[in-house]
Design a protein around this ligand. Structure first.
Ligand code: ANZ
Ligand code: ZN
Length: 838
């Protein structure tokens, strides 16, 4: 009978649910405990293959840990706030909450259909007041500690949608949804002071030994520590004005040919505006603020007519420009330009006819950014770059014209969003008292349900009553803050909430300390910076607020590769779904018309390229175990995985082979030879079982699930080969190991096998132990030389005597010894026998 996954999978899913099989209680002192976590999904409505791979990986780790005697916390929840829910409201008139909660219901069923070992009692849904209300308390605590603040910030403004856009939502200078040209605007916005932790976030990367190097590197670059100097330039003829600039190249100060300030630099507001200057600023504001945009757009500037005085030689003056390429919020928002040794400055100087004076000696064309000795620089001449930096800094310091300065690329985290579907920021705006936190007794501030989406802008802003309240301090009428949190706020602490999901406060300190940090965190590498950096920041800030006692959230990080599929394009240039295509000997055709189809490379599955495979169809045709087996086979989990039907079919056949074993051994039709006859075969299978078990265990320790699967196939073949030659107890041991080790990946089939073969509940059975005696090879390969030449090899018992080795060696190379007399015999135990003849 073919393997009936439908029956078996639903049977065990029901069993696990009805018996709370994966419910976990908090660790007691001395318990071996482990926290395994996959990044929580956004409830978009449907599971995709990336989810399946992510959760299959996490579940394999969790089940392995459980089998090894750990008390394993393995929870799941929903990152349920965010824009798509508002878009759905806009497009379909469904309330964001209704849309979200319905999606969660659907996706939860789909997840349960995968047979994942979650403790569903700990499920959290971030859009529910019992979750987001608690983070309002965290936010107020941040505020009291000076970690949350409101200030005027430059933002990307979408003039059609009337909202701020995150940098990632600006595509080619346009709003990602409206397509409108994004503008720069200054708005009063809430931010979190992640920059207070810049240094610690950087240095403690060293402690994250269990993180992939590429992620560590990305975080390091994102934090972007630069060591340099702050230099004060006086302005000629204006005694109380000076411009501070940040530079990492104070060795090149004598090559300065202009100063450039950003369009909203304070210096510009101190000087009299000409129409040209106003126009120039307006022109700068008409583009976005992202660094990427600034680096690609045409560099323009305007001479302010003012001149700065060189800090190392007051006889030199330098023109001051306003320029569009200077980032307002990096360093001081002002730079000195050294065209001979910086590409950007070179372009600018060429365009505006400014001097280009080389100060690093070189024969190469300018701009030259390499090393060399200093020239054209008075007292710095002849020095190396490093020497010149030191000298220039000490002179600047002596004359109070500069000091050492460390700057980070990391910006404070702007968390205000003019959005309905997010956590309300728990503050009240009072004309007299300013911004005042909502008193704790009034938390949570819940979202009103009666909102409309018929106009652009934030529905909370135009709600008739919600924002009217009284000031907690002076009791006068006041208004609520109508901005909501960036949804990265919710995902910055959810892993702490899972530890004590019913606590009245965000989480219980002792319980969190007993579970966390997370031992294995599994998710996409696309979160290498934002989410993973925010979560690290939260843990450090919460630690300093006394909420918990550790420094980092995630001890080991596994960033899984993408699930890829080849792409198909019809003759009229339309993407086609795999099911619309038939393939024949490497060529592809449209299934309906038979027209030829272009096959493109295998790339990440995405709806836009239609190269997706629907997990539900796979589950329906092959079952969860085969899908799980397939997404873990072939490639290590951190590498991209190529989806192909052949591989999937291979996994289906494998599941059936395993199932046939179950059937063969359950019905008693197998015969077992008597003990004497089977001795050799017994030992062989027994050894194969124990050796494979050891290798599988090692593969698990490195998350080499693809290796685990390959080893498993090897053991399965050994079992098939040994059929009816081995004793019953040996076969049972082999089957026990076979199914227990695959439980991590194919839990349903394995559970059924244990039930049928051994009448046991597999998830209560520990990981089998291999016998060290059975895994050592007890023979060695010995090389035989005659007159220094290798003439053969043979297998000998490890403990073979010298006489025995010589005997075996002689017979191995007998034809080389024929007719000769042996002058000398050399025996190197476990390695070599060498004959010298004459
Ligand atoms: C003069 C100079 C000469 C510079 C030279 C470079 C090469 P990192 O290493 O990324 O920190 N800079 C400083 N603030 C800026 C801003 N707000 N917008 C745009 N550029 C800014 O880069 C430090 C360098 O970035 C600084 O050193 C400054 O230009 C520029 F041959 O100063 B440099
Ligand atoms: Zn007040």
């Amino acid at each position: 009978m073919a393997y009936n996954f439908r029956l078996i999978e639903s049977k065990w899913q029901n069993f696990w649910r009805d018996n709370d099989s994966f419910k976990v209680s908090d660790p007691k002192p001395g318990d071996k405990s482990s926290y395994i976590l996959e990044m929580l999904p956004y409830p978009s409505g449907n599971l995709h293959m990336g989810h399946v791979r992510n959760y299959a990986i996490g579940d394999a780790i969790a089940r392995f840990q459980t089998a090894n005697g750990y008390n394993v916390l393995h929870p799941m929840g929903w990152d349920a706030f965010g824009l798509p829910a508002e878009n759905a409201a806009l497009e379909r008139g469904a309330h964001p909450e209704k849309w979200t909660l319905e999606n969660i219901q659907t996706m939860k069923k789909q997840l349960q259909g995968l047979g994942l070992s979650y403790d569903w009692d700990r499920e959290l849904t971030s859009c529910m007041p019992n979750y987001y209300g608690l983070e309002q308390k965290i936010f107020i605590d941040f505020y009291k500690k000076g970690l949350a603040f409101k200030k005027e910030s430059w933002v990307n403004w979408d003039p059609v949608e009337n909202t701020v856009l995150a940098n990632e939502q600006v595509v080619d200078g346009k709003g990602w949804r409206s397509g409108a040209q994004v503008e720069r605007r200054q708005l009063n916005q809430w931010s979190l002071k992640i920059t207070d932790y810049a240094d610690e976030l950087l240095t403690s990367l060293d402690t994250l030994k269990g993180w992939p190097d590429k992620v560590l590197k990305m975080q390091e670059n994102w934090i972007g520590k630069s060591e340099g100097a702050l230099v004060h330039f006086d302005v000629e003829g204006v005694s109380d004005e000076k411009i501070d600039i940040f530079t990492t190249r104070h060795d090149t100060l004598f090559g300065a040919s202009f100063i450039a300030v950003s369009a909203h630099h304070p210096f510009l507001s101190h000087i009299k505006h000409t129409k040209a200057l106003d126009d120039f600023i307006a022109q700068c504001d008409a583009s976005g603020t992202t660094e990427e945009e600034l680096s690609t757009m045409e560099k323009i500037g305007l001479d302010t007519g003012f001149k700065a005085i060189h800090p190392l030689d007051p006889s030199i003056t330098i023109p001051i420009y306003a320029a569009n390429f200077v980032l307002a919020d990096y360093g001081t928002g002002a730079v000195f330009g050294c065209p001979a040794h910086d590409e950007r400055d070179f372009d600018f100087a060429t365009k505006y006819n400014l001097p280009i004076l080389p100060v690093i000696e070189t024969d190469e064309p300018l701009p030259y950014t390499g090393s060399g000795l200093i020239v054209n620089s008075e007292f710095l001449n002849g020095k190396t770059i490093e020497e010149a930096k030191a000298e220039s800094l000490s002179r600047l310091m002596a004359s109070k014209k500069g000091e050492r300065q460390v700057t980070f690329r990391l910006r404070d985290w702007l968390i205000s969003r003019q959005r309905y579907w997010g956590c309300p920021i728990p503050f009240i705006k009072c004309d007299d008292c300013g911004v005042v936190p909502v008193p704790e007794s009034d938390l949570p501030v819940t979202l009103p349900k009666d909102v409309t989406f018929d106009q652009p802008g934030n529905p909370l802003d135009r709600h008739p009553t919600w924002k009217q309240t009284t000031c907690p301090t002076c009791k006068k009428p006041a208004e609520r803050e109508t901005d909501t949190f960036d949804t990265f706020f919710e995902s910055s602490w959810y892993f702490l909430r899972y530890c004590s999901p019913n606590a009245k406060k965000p989480f219980d300190k002792d319980v969190v300390n007993s579970w966390a940090p997370v031992d294995w965190y599994v998710g996409g590498v696309e979160h290498a910076v934002l989410h993973l950096l925010y979560a690290r920041f939260f843990v450090k800030a919460l630690r300093d607020l006394g909420y918990l006692d550790f420094d980092e959230p995630f001890t080991n990080l596994l960033t899984q590769g993408m699930v890829c599929h080849e792409t198909y394009k019809s003759q009229d240039n339309k993407w086609l779904y795999p099911e619309e295509v038939t393939k024949d000997r490497g060529r592809a055709f449209e299934a309906e018309s038979g027209n030829p189809v272009d096959i493109g490379p295998s790339i990440k599955m995405s709806k836009s390229k239609r190269n997706t495979v629907d997990p539900l169809e796979i589950l329906d045709t092959y079952g969860a175990d085969v899908a799980r087996l397939f997404v873990l086979s072939d490639t290590p989990p951190d590498k991209d995985f190529d989806w192909n039907v052949e591989g999937l079919d291979g996994c289906w056949r494998y599941a059936n082979r395993l199932w046939r074993l179950v059937e063969n051994y359950q019905d008693g039709s197998m015969t077992f030879p008597d003990a004497e006859a089977s001795k050799d075969a017994d030992l062989k299978l027994q050894k194969e079982t124990h050796k494979t078990l050891k290798q599988i265990e090692n593969a698990f320790k490195n998350n080499g699930f693809n290796k685990v699967i390959a080893l498993h196939r090897q053991l399965e073949r050994a079992i098939e080969d040994a059929a009816s030659q081995v004793s019953q107890n040996i076969m049972h041991e082999a089957l026990h190991v076979l199914f227990k080790t695959i439980e991590t990946i194919m839990p349903h089939l394995a559970a059924e096998a244990f039930s049928v073969l051994f009448n046991k509940k597999i998830h209560t059975i520990n990981w089998p132990e291999f016998d060290p005696k059975l895994v050592i090879d007890d023979t060695v390969t010995i090389a035989v030389q005659v007159m220094g030449k290798l003439r053969g090899t043979f297998e000998a018992p490890l403990d073979a005597s010298k006489e025995m080795l010589l005997e075996l060696a002689r017979s191995t190379v007998s034809k080389y010894l024929d007719g000769k007399s042996i002058k000398k015999e050399i025996v190197v135990p476990k390695k070599l026998v060498s004959f010298v003849t004459n």
